[in-house]
Design a protein around this ligand. Structure first.
Ligand SMILES: [Zn+2]
Length: 67
């Protein structure tokens, strides 16, 4: 288990992919974060297919946040 204060989360702001979208998400793993982003994209943006281009954009927008 990581010591307190050394947790690194994955963070994404949807605005990095879709301008002006206020959605943000954090998760402990990239897989978990991608699931949240894809669910949001389907629900809010009507995106039903994640193309390789979109996946690349999303992955490029993911940041590490150390707490
Ligand atoms: Zn969005």
């Amino acid at each position: 288990m990581p010591a307190p204060g050394t947790t690194t989360d994955k963070y994404i702001a949807c605005a990095a992919v879709v301008p002006d979208c206020p959605f943000e998400a954090t998760a402990q793993t990239e897989e978990e974060l991608l699931k949240m982003v894809i669910a949001h994209a389907e629900h809010t943006h009507g995106i039903t297919e994640v193309t390789p281009e979109l996946a690349a954009k999303v992955k490029a927008a993911i940041q590490n946040r150390t707490q």
